[in-house]
Structure formats: C-alpha cells, structure tokens
Design a protein around this ligand. Structure first.
Ligand SMILES: [Zn+2]
Ligand SMILES: [Zn+2]
Ligand SMILES: [Zn+2]
Ligand SMILES: [Zn+2]
Ligand SMILES: [Zn+2]
Ligand SMILES: [Zn+2]
Ligand SMILES: [Zn+2]
Length: 494
C-alpha cells in the first residue's frame, strides 16, 4: 500500500532500502520515481543515504572483513574502541564499514536517546550511509528491547510527521493515535478518531464542513478580535432605552443624553426625565422584581459591519451552545435507563435505537447549520480576498432559503427529542417516534441540498483551492475504517 513492494521489485532492493528511499521522499512513491527519472539511480541512492552498489557487486559478506589471523583464532580490530574482537562480534554496513557490535549498539542507543531514528548514520568518518532498520533493531534489542520499542515509536512519528496523508489526532488532551488516509480518500475529508474526536483532515480543526478551512480560519481570528470589542463595548457603553443605540460614556456624570434626545440613567439603564440631578429617578435600592431595562445583546451597535458580524456571531454562538448541550443530552441518554423506564415492555432495544439515531442526526445537522453562518458571513460579505461573486443577491436568497429550512427542521427535531427529558407519556411515544423519523429524513435532504448549493453554486467563485468535505449522512468516516496506526504497525513494521 505504501509502495514498499513496488519499489523493492522495480529497483531490486531490500525492504530497508525501499523504506529509506520512501522516507527521503516523504512517503510518496511518485516522488521517488520522479527523482529516479531526473537524477538516475546512483544519485538517487546516495542522496537518500543508500549506498549505490553496482548490480554485479551486490552481496558481500564476512569474507571481505579485514581479519587478522593469529593461530586458529580470527580477530578484528575495531576502529572505534581499538579493541580486538572476535569475528562473530562484528557487524558491517553496506557502505563497507565494519565495527564491533558493542560500538554499534552504543552508537544506536545514543542516537535513539537523542531522538534520531530516521537517519542514524554510519560511524565511519565522512560516511553518509544511513544504517538500515533491521540491523539497528537486531543489535539494540539484544541489549534492551525497551529501546527498540522507542526506536520504532520514533520511526512511526517521523513517518506520520513526514507523510502528507497521515496526521496525529488533534484531540486535547492528545489521544496519541494517528490517522492514515487511504489512497482513495480525498484530503478534504472529515474523520472520526477512535477516541471520538471528529476533525477536518486538511486543517485539523474540529469538523467544520460546509464551511471551508480558509473561511473558518478567518472567522476564528475575527471572533478573537471582536471578543475584545464586545467586552469593551459592554464595559464602556450602554444601550439607550429610547433608540437602542450604544451610547459611550465620556465624563463621570451618570445622567446620559443620547443623540436621539432620550435621557437615561447610566447606573440602571432606565429612562429618566431631562433634569440633570435625576430628581424624578432613583435606583439605589435593590429590588428582586426590578425589571432589567438593559438588553443583553446590543440591538443596533455603532458600526454597520460590526452589526453584521454580530448577527452572524450570535447565531453561530447559539447553535454552538445548543450543540454542546445536545451532545451532553445524547451522552446521558446513552447511559441512562430513562427511556426504558417510560416504556419498559415493548422491545426496549429497538425502541431506544430510534431515539439515539434521531440524536445523531440532530447533532450532525446542528453542526452543519452552525458552520453555515461563518461561511455566509464571508461568502456574501466583502472581506474575503478572491471572492469575485457577482449578483450576490439571488444566490444569497437561494442559500438563505436552504439555511432557513435547515434551521427550522433542526429546531423541530430538537423539540421532539427534548420531550424525552421531561414530558413524554407512554401514549405519545409512537407519535413522537413517527415525527423523529420523518424529521430525520427531511434533515438529511436539507443537509444534502445545503452542501450541493455551496459546492456547486458558491464555491466556484472562490477559486479552485477552496474545498469542503463531502456530505456524509452518517457523519465523518470512522478512523478504523480508513486506517489507523495500530494496523499500519502490524502490517509494515514487523
Ligand atoms: Zn568497537
Ligand atoms: Zn559507512
Ligand atoms: Zn483521537
Ligand atoms: Zn478544515
Ligand atoms: Zn437614543
Ligand atoms: Zn452631570
Ligand atoms: Zn437608575
């Protein structure tokens, strides 16, 4: 699968050599063949740390060892430790350099301790040969199998780090698993690690389709900047009870006059008369039934682009918040006997399944809906570089119709499922079940249409590099179906 076999056959080399070639070319077979074409075999080999051996010279053995013969005992002088050792305690690399096993082992262990695994060089001065995997394993495991394990781990890490089609699961705290993408998979895809984390393979953020990676990145930055603005506005302005505009307090006086002419009290936000000393207004006493005149969110803040941002941000945040709460709901349902207690007799397992399936559909659709807001903010705004869409109006209408249907269905399904947490009676179950199943089907269509609308009507205006993962009715692919390190290890790192 990784092209090892192909390379071994075509170049007539050993697995360890094929592995080195692949490593040197970031695990991309095409690049190896490309380099072979351009540079020829000899340069390709030496640049990758392999010794180029002319075909007729392949196969050399201990007979070529520079041995000294004393009586009937063959001995060898190691050029590192300057000790004379027995011939069977000597190992040679393909570069033709021989040293005693003891020195090699020390050399390997030091390299591994220092974090080198991928390219452990020969000990001979100025020799650039990279020691092969099998020899390192053989010698090191004779001394300490734990270090061999570390060596394999380091090799694995370098494999993942160097490979465009492999990545570490971005879960926090890290679960330590790596995902290897099958050769048929589009790199614009979303995967679910065995730890449950669903993420975008391309940018390693949480799964975010149908929003593109670039737009998501800009959105996250924007939210970071605006968060400070919102905090500042919250702390330094109050909403005028007359017109809803944010009013900035300049001096120390708490008797405010808005541009619209409305006067109000800075302390409580309530309207007052014109009198400067607020004779007609007092709010110093705390009362429980005190009405809260200040609105929680700003109605009409000052800047036009800011209010546009707030519109999208509020919806994005609300849905994110719902998604979190609904995820917790689903988890509590999975572990509780809540449903069984309502409806204990009638095939409990199959009955519980449709609730869980309904929840899965809800979570997926809620996520899709959430990310349509940042997408729309940039798609139909003026801030995205390279966005050359003309006639925004009609396309925006189409998009927003889809979004509206999606939102409507999501909320309906959420409402039905919420019934499981308080008010459902056994008599209602069949009815609710019917609605959940049909809403789920409807949502599947809504999501599909949403993706189609984005992929076909809108993304082409953002250029060829702007891509999203395909819609999958059952959510991101589970990693074990794609490939994971455990499997890679047993297949290729015997
Ligand atoms: Zn030695
Ligand atoms: Zn050497
Ligand atoms: Zn994971
Ligand atoms: Zn992404
Ligand atoms: Zn006003
Ligand atoms: Zn004053
Ligand atoms: Zn007041």
């Amino acid at each position: 699968m990784l092209g090892l076999n192909k390379l071994m056959k075509i170049l007539a080399i050993k697995e360890s050599q094929a592995r080195l070639l692949l490593m040197h070319h970031r695990w991309n077979v095409e690049r190896v063949f490309d380099a072979l074409d351009r540079k020829g075999k000899e340069r390709l080999f030496t640049e990758s740390g392999l010794t180029y051996v002319k075909d007729d010279l392949i196969g050399f053995n201990l007979n070529q060892l520079p041995l000294q013969c004393e009586g009937d005992r063959f001995s060898f002088l190691c050029n590192v430790c300057f000790e004379e050792v027995d011939a069977k305690e000597v190992t040679g690399m393909e570069c033709g350099h021989y040293f005693c096993n003891c020195c090699w082992t020390e050399h390997f262990i030091t390299s591994i301790d220092n974090g080198y695994a991928r390219r452990i060089r020969c000990m001979a001065i100025q020799c650039s040969y990279i020691c092969d995997y099998q020899t390192v394993c053989l010698l090191v495991s004779a001394r300490n199998p734990l270090i061999t394990a570390r060596f394999e781990r380091l090799l694995m890490e370098s494999f993942i780090d160097d490979n465009d089609r492999a990545c570490w699961c971005p879960s926090n705290p890290p679960c330590g698993r790596a995902i290897l993408l099958g050769s048929q998979c589009d790199p614009f895809c979303e995967v679910e690690c065995m730890c449950g984390t669903q993420f975008c393979f391309n940018c390693l953020s949480d799964a975010h389709s149908p929003c593109t990676c670039r737009i998501l990145g800009m959105w996250v930055k924007r939210c970071e900047v605006e968060k400070q603005n919102i905090v500042w506005i919250d702390a330094n302005t109050k909403v005028c009870p007359g017109c809803g505009n944010a009013v900035l307090k300049a001096g120390g006086c708490n008797h405010m006059t808005c541009r619209c002419g409305q006067t109000f009290c800075w302390l409580c936000g309530g309207p007052t008369g014109k009198s400067h000393f607020m004779r007609d207004h007092s709010c110093n006493r705390f009362t429980t039934e005190q009405k809260k005149p200040r609105k929680d969110t700003l109605q009409k803040p000052t800047r036009q682009d800011f209010s546009r941002y707030i519109h999208y941000c509020n919806r994005y945040r609300s849905h994110t918040d719902s998604l979190e709460k609904e995820t917790l709901r689903q988890q509590s349902l999975q572990t509780s006997s809540l449903f069984l207690s309502i409806h204990p007799t009638d095939r409990p397992n199959s009955d519980k399944n449709w609730v869980l399936t309904g929840f899965e559909k809800l979570l997926l659709s809620r996520r899709v809906l959430t990310y349509t807001y940042p997408f729309a903010f940039y798609m139909f705004g003026d801030e995205l570089p390279g966005n050359d869409m003309k006639n925004k109006g009609s396309r925006q209408d189409l998009f927003e119709d889809q979004q509206q249907q999606l939102e409507c269905c999501v909320e309906k399904l959420a409402m039905e499922l919420e019934k499981f947490f308080d008010q459902i009676t056994p008599g209602e179950v069949a009815e609710v079940r019917f609605r959940v199943v049909s809403l789920s089907r409807l949502l599947d269509n809504c999501c599909r249409n949403m993706y189609e609308c984005i992929q076909e009507e809108l993304l082409p205006y953002l250029g060829p590099t702007e891509n999203i993962a395909q819609y999958k009715a059952s959510g991101p692919d589970k990693a074990k179906e794609i490939n994971c390190v455990a499997r890679f290890q047993s297949n290729n790192m015997h």
